[in-house]
Design a protein around this ligand. Structure first.
Ligand code: CA
Length: 226
């Protein structure tokens, strides 16, 4: 999952980037409204954290512009605690949720998880496929109840496939949703990571669909782990 943080306070921007990276997301950042608007308009984010008070272009205008351009990604706005009118204006402009400043990082993480889950049609923070379970709160994966140790890139890839199980995900889509903007996007790396996941998990769990991409095996064919 790839997210964008638009926040002009450099310390807060860094804190958000660090916390979201630790939580398993690929994270791009912008420090003003113009750059934030550009990135949100051109890159396929799974969710965006948007401050409202921003230099160059304020957050509400950024959000309105995205929505009028047909960009549908979930947006979590950051508002000042006592400005209830900001929350109303933000929701009216197309925000999906808000967090009031100062906030606890855990609340931002929980709200983002919920937004991303909702978009992909999952209702709980644990996503399963047969005996495979992925806990989006702890970024932990287990097969038949036994923990599976994954690197952060392996986790991101599996989490993306799990959120979109039931459909084929192309390599281009994987690259766009797994890596930060300045990452060296060699499509061979996707194959490498798929190969590593197959070594750590039953190898029929991720299907290759020739010429199209990858898909999680159906829960029935993955079985109950016995
Ligand atoms: Ca601000």
């Amino acid at each position: 999952m790839r997210v964008l943080v638009v926040e002009d306070d450099p310390d807060l921007n860094t804190q958000l980037k660090t916390a979201l990276t630790d939580a398993g997301y690929a994270v791009d950042v912008a420090l003003d409204g113009e750059e934030g608007h550009f990135l949100g308009d051109t890159e396929p984010y799974d969710a965006i954290v948007l401050d409202l008070g921003l230099p160059k272009m304020d957050g509400l205008r950024v959000l309105e512009a995205w929505r009028s351009e047909g960009r549908k990604m979930p947006v979590l706005i950051l508002t000042a605690r006592d400005r209830w009118s900001d929350k109303v204006a933000g929701m009216d402009a197309g925000a999906d949720d808000y967090v009031a400043k100062p906030f606890h990082m855990e609340e931002v993480l929980a709200r983002l998880r919920a937004l991303i889950r909702r978009v992909s049609g999952h209702t709980t923070s644990e996503i399963t496929c047969g005996s495979l379970s992925l806990d989006t709160r702890s970024a932990r994966v287990a097969w038949d109840g036994n923990p599976v140790k994954l690197t952060s890139h392996e986790y991101r890839l599996l989490a993306y496939l799990m959120h979109h199980q039931g459909r084929v995900v192309s390599r281009t889509e994987i690259i766009e949703h797994l890596y930060e903007q300045d990452f060296d996007r060699d499509s061979n790396t996707v194959e490498v990571f798929i190969g590593r996941l197959r070594k750590k998990l039953p190898d029929n769990l991720i299907e290759t669909v020739r010429g199209l991409g990858y898909r999680m095996a159906s829960p029935q064919s993955v079985g109950d782990g016995n």
